[in-house]
Design a protein around this ligand. Structure first.
Ligand code: FES
Length: 245
């Protein structure tokens, strides 16, 4: 006879086994993040490829570090990584190691930051880096189609020189103008699967116009009539509170 604990364990094990069995029939779409969890050495991106800030940026480094108390200069990790990325094109391991050396922190402290924030690119990117937000608000308004069209464009003949690189982004914080593409840190909004192609074509000739696409709005105001705070209150709070409040 099984003891109560043993019985419980056996029952739990069989429950887990049946969940695993049924999970085999469920297909969950795979979405590969562009974020690298680990660094892999390549010919151009390995610790022996050193990086140094140029003269102009070295002066900038001094100014940035001066903003923090001496004992907290490690707080300058992000601005220095940003500067390094602008100079080198991406945050190679050489850039990260140089930032760690300057700030006198273990390199791991810098790797942790660079691998957490998606705006730090740890691989080379194109001259124009296209980020398509596929988070919930954008996804509900067609971001998946936009991403797939942008992907086909970037793989096509039109991009054989690698001018564009593409990445998928989490919420870019511009949900009122979803779907959104963040391209070299500039936002292109209210897109659809055709307008993203137009934006990419225009970027190639340096004529793309940032902001909401299509001229229906200038910012994030409603596309139609204004409805909020006009006319009758949508919900009168006094109907559910005490009279004396
Ligand atoms: S979900 Fe795309 S900007 Fe927020």
């Amino acid at each position: 006879m099984l003891l109560p604990t043993a019985r419980l364990t056996t029952r739990r094990a069989s429950k887990i086994a049946s969940i695993r069995f049924f999970m085999g029939f469920i297909s969950i779409p795979k979405r590969w993040s562009h974020i690298d969890a680990v660094h892999r050495n390549t010919k151009d991106n390995n610790p022996s490829v050193k990086f140094e800030f140029n003269d102009k940026n070295s002066q900038e480094v001094t100014k940035i570090i001066a903003k923090y108390p001496e004992q907290y200069k490690k707080a300058a990790i992000m601005p220095l990584l940003n500067l390094g990325q602008h100079q080198f094109g991406y945050c190679s391991i050489g850039v990260m190691n140089e930032v760690a050396r300057i700030l006198e922190v273990p390199p791991m402290r810098v790797y942790e930051v660079a691998s957490f924030y998606t705006m730090f690119h740890r691989k080379p990117v194109g001259q124009v880096n296209v980020g398509i937000c596929t988070n919930i608000a954008c996804q509900l308004r067609g971001a998946d189609d936009i991403y797939s069209n942008a992907k086909s464009y970037c793989k096509s003949e039109k991009n054989k020189d690698g001018f564009f690189s593409l990445e998928e982004l989490e919420c870019s914080g511009a949900c009122a103008n979803a779907p959104v593409a963040e391209i070299n840190n500039i936002y292109y909004e209210d897109l659809d699967k055709d307008s993203i192609i137009k934006v990419l074509d225009d970027l190639r000739i340096g004529k793309a116009k940032p902001g909401p696409f299509g001229g229906k709005r200038v910012s994030c105001e409603p596309e139609g009539e204004k409805t909020s705070l006009f006319g009758k209150e949508a919900f009168d709070i006094r109907t559910v509170t005490r009279d004396d409040i």
